[in-house]
Structures are given as structure tokens and as C-alpha cells.
Write a protein that binds this ligand. Structure first.
Ligand code: NAD
Ligand code: ZN
Ligand code: ZN
Length: 398
């Protein structure tokens, strides 16, 4: 089957890979009908390159049709079901899953790596499970993970974001502890930030202020009731937020940028140099650049009022990424981190995406839908935020 594989820093290619097949009774195989590219893929594409192997199949936001089910998965899924696949792989029954911490699932984590639950398309960092930017996907723990959605003729994009963007954004807002009538700042208006902003408004925040540096993304957020600040054209983002919050800062903050933060010359130089170096030399450079990639996290902390919660959903992967501990301690902030417990939020989200009134406006997020074969160009456009690109969906059947 055809799949998008990583070949080297900022090099991906669509090629033939072995057919996914049932390996465990809890597996299913799905024929992918839509699979999105995520800000997290950009980390693998570029900064985390030192941890990848050429040939790794990327992608963790997939939906499709069940082709084959193992004996144990067959109790929940039938061949022909239309399903969305959570990006994190969880068993649903272990101690962590029972606590609602599916991203820490003890059944799928690879203990030797010291990391949480396995993820699709996250290579050896998270369990070496081939990803969903492919024609077919093997889904482990299918007795629990995939969610059947109505085969109602609505486009995949109605349901696709249940794989990651929506539960991630929902958890980001949940963990931000927004007080009634409070103001939330969302730093980063990529797909995750867009949805976090809409969810915060939907759940009753008085005001949502969005910060980004890309015009189209600021525009999309304004369209959905977000008050925006263009960080590229504002000298002092913190002052701009304080001006709108009685001088105090925001009651709650969601950080939805992560280590791909732009406007960081050191990070850019580090990455450029790293592209020409063997991994052993590149790693320390990447770690150094990581310091500068923290710009958005520092913004998120700085715009918070005293006693606020900063909910960090952006991924920071460098071993040396520093947190301003003294500041966090002195200002009594709560920082929350972690992968989404995807499955946990479906009771909240399913009614919203199936509501014909589309309260979260999921129909307004994807800007590009292209054949899987054009995935390399899509990665490039998404990374450069060129051509008004906000969310790319790949179509393996096109
Ligand atoms: P994205 O890369 O499209 O979005 C990042 C946004 O941040 C872009 O709009 C960019 O213009 C903006 N930005 C860059 N530098 C900035 C700065 N200095 N100040 C303000 N804005 C800045 O990605 P996305 O798909 O929306 O994902 C966002 C983050 O969330 C990524 O780090 C991704 O890895 C992470 N993520 C985490 C989880 C989770 O489970 N925790 C799940 C999905 C995505
Ligand atoms: Zn994702
Ligand atoms: Zn589990």
C-alpha cells in the first residue's frame, strides 16, 4: 500500500510499504478515507529528526472504513463501519485508563522508552506503530479505540478532528480551569488553537484573546468571535493582554504552539546547521535551539494573571527545555501538560459534531484537501504556512 514515509530532516516521500494486517486479536485494519497533517507532524518532520528512521510511516489523524477485525475487536466493530481513530492507543481497562488517563495507558506504553501510551505514526519515540497517512492502517486495541460515527453522507471533516484536534483542544480548555465569566488567552491559532478558542467560547468564557503571527489564522479566529493580537506586529503582547484585562492578565491561558515556534532566529539557525551534521553532533545543537523555541511558552506564562492556570498543549520535546521555575513558583501558577486522553472527551464532543447547527464550526477549519500522493508538497505548504494553509487533509483515494 501507499504511505507517507519520513526520509530525513524535512524530507518525506510517498512509497509502497507492507500491507497492514491483523497481528493481534484486538487489531482492526481500516481503509483510510481521510488523514490530516498536524502541528505534531511538523516536529517529527524537522526538529525531532534525530529520533527517526528513514521509512517510518507518519500520521496520527485518520478515519476510514473497517476492512478487517480481529476476534476480540469484532465485539465492537463490524466490517464496513465508518470510524475515527484516536491518535493515542489505549486499552481502556488498565489502571491509568480507568483513571481517565488514556495517554498514560500501561498496556500500550513501551516501558523501555519511559514514555506514555503508544501513538500512531510517532515512530520509536512512542511505540513504533506505523501511522495513518496511508491507504490502510492497522489499529491496535481496536476493541476500545476507534469510534463508530454515522455513515450519514456528511464529509469526513465533520468527524475527522475527533482523532486529535477536538479532544486535544477540549482537554486544553478543561485543564485551563477557566473561571465563570473569565478571559482566556490562546497562544497559537493553528488547528488546535482555533478549536480551543471556539470551545472556550462555547463553554462560556466571557472573552477569548487569540495570539498568532499569521494573518489568515488571525482572520479565521476573528470570524469565530475571538479577539486577536498579531504578535508579529505588536511590540508588547503582554501589555496588549493587560490592557484588555484590567491590567491583570488572563484568568486562564492555553499554549497551543509548541517547539515549532517561529520568529526565533537561533532555533532556525540551529535547525539549519543540524540538517548538515551527523545526529551525534546535531543533538546538542537542537537542544540549544530548544531554549529559544520556548518563546511562545514564555508568552503564555507572561500573559497569565497571578493565580491563573496555564494549560500547555503545545509539545516541547527537548531534554533541556527550561521552565522559568522561579517565576512559576512566585506567581503561584498551575502548569498542566500532557498528551490528550482522547477517548475521555467523546461524550462531550460527539453531540457537538453531530449537531447540524455545527456549534464548533468544524466545517470551517480545513483549508487544503489533496491526494495522499501530494503529501510532500502539503507538508511543505503547512510548515511554511503558505497559501493560507491552516489544516491539510490527505485523501488516499484521490
Ligand atoms: P500549528 O503548527 O499549525 O500551530 C502553531 C501555531 O503557532 C501557528 O499558527 C503559528 O503561526 C503559531 N506561532 C508560532 N510561533 C508563535 C509565537 N511565537 N507566538 C504566537 N504564535 C506562534 O500546529 P497545531 O496542529 O495547531 O498544533 C499546535 C501544537 O499542539 C503543536 O505543538 C502540536 O504538537 C501540539 N499538539 C499537542 C497535542 C497533545 O495531545 N498535547 C495534540 C495535538 C497537537
Ligand atoms: Zn495531531
Ligand atoms: Zn490502558
Amino acid at each position: 500500500v501507499r504511505a507517507l514515509t519520513w526520509q530525513g530532516r524535512e524530507q518525506v516521500r510517498v512509497e509502497d510499504v507492507p500491507d497492514p494486517r491483523i497481528e493481534e486479536p484486538t487489531d482492526a485494519v481500516i481503509r483510510v478515507t481521510s488523514t490530516a497533517v498536524c502541528g505534531s507532524d511538523l516536529h517529527l518532520y524537522s526538529v525531532l529528526g534525530a529520533f527517526l528512521q528513514p521509512g517510518d510511516v507518519l500520521g496520527h489523524e485518520a478515519m476510514g472504513v473497517v476492512e478487517e477485525v480481529g476476534a476480540e475487536a469484532g465485539t465492537r466493530l463490524r466490517v464496513g463501519d465508518r470510524v475515527v481513530v484516536p491518535f493515542g492507543i489505549a486499552c481502556g481497562t488498565c489502571h491509568m485508563c480507568a483513571l481517565g488517563l488514556q495517554s498514560q495507558c500501561e498496556t500500550t506504553q513501551v516501558r523501555s522508552t519511559g514514555k506514555g501510551a503508544a501513538l500512531f505514526g510517532y515512530t520509536s519515540l512512542y511505540g513504533s506503530v506505523p501511522g495513518g497517512q496511508a491507504q490502510y492502517l492497522r489499529v491496535p486495541q481496536a476493541q476500545y479505540g476507534p469510534v463508530v460515527v454515522p455513515d450519514d453522507g456528511r464529509p469526513d471533516e465533520t468527524y475527522l478532528y475527533l482523532s486529535d484536534v477536538l479532544p486535544t483542544a477540549w482537554q486544553a480548555v478543561e485543564y485551563a480551569d477557566v473561571p465563570p465569566g473569565g478571559t482566556v488567552v490562546v497562544v497559537g491559532l493553528g488547528p488546535v488553537g482555533q478549536m480551543a478558542a471556539r470551545i472556550a467560547l462555547h463553554r462560556g468564557a466571557e472573552r477569548v484573546i487569540g495570539v498568532d503571527i499569521v494573518a489568515e489564522r488571525l482572520l479565521m479566529a476573528s470570524r469565530h468571535g475571538v479577539d486577536v493580537i498579531d504578535a508579529a506586529r505588536t511590540d508588547d503582547v503582554v501589555a496588549a493582554v493587560r490592557d484588555r484585562t484590567h491590567g491583570r492578565g488572563a484568568d486562564a491561558v492555553v499554549e497551543a504552539v509548541g517547539m515549532e515556534a517561529h520568529g526565533s532566529p537561533l532555533a532556525a539557525a540551529g535547525q539549519r546547521a543540524a540538517a548538515f551534521l551527523p545526529d551525534t553532533l546535531a543533538r546538542p545543537l537542537i537542544e540549544k535551539a530548544a531554549v529559544d523555541r520556548m518563546a511562545a511558552l514564555h508568552t503564555a506564562i507572561a500573559v497569565a494573571r497571578r493565580g491563573a492556570t496555564v494549560s500547555v498543549v503545545g509539545v516541547y520535546g527537548g531534554a533541556l527545555d527550561p521552565i522559568p521555575m522561579m517565576d512559576v513558583f512566585d506567581r503561584q501558577l498551575t502548569l498542566r501538560f500532557g498528551q490528550a486522553n482522547v477517548r475521555r472527551w467523546y461524550d462531550d464532543l460527539l453531540p457537538l459534531v453531530t449537531d447540524p447547527a455545527d456549534p464548533l464550526a468544524v466545517a470551517d477549519l480545513r483549508t487544503h484537501r489533496v491526494p495522499l500522493e501530494q503529501a510532500p508538497q502539503a507538508y511543505d505548504v503547512f510548515q511554511r504556512k503558505a497559501d493560507g494553509c491552516i489544516k491539510v487533509v490527505l485523501d488516499p483515494a484521490a
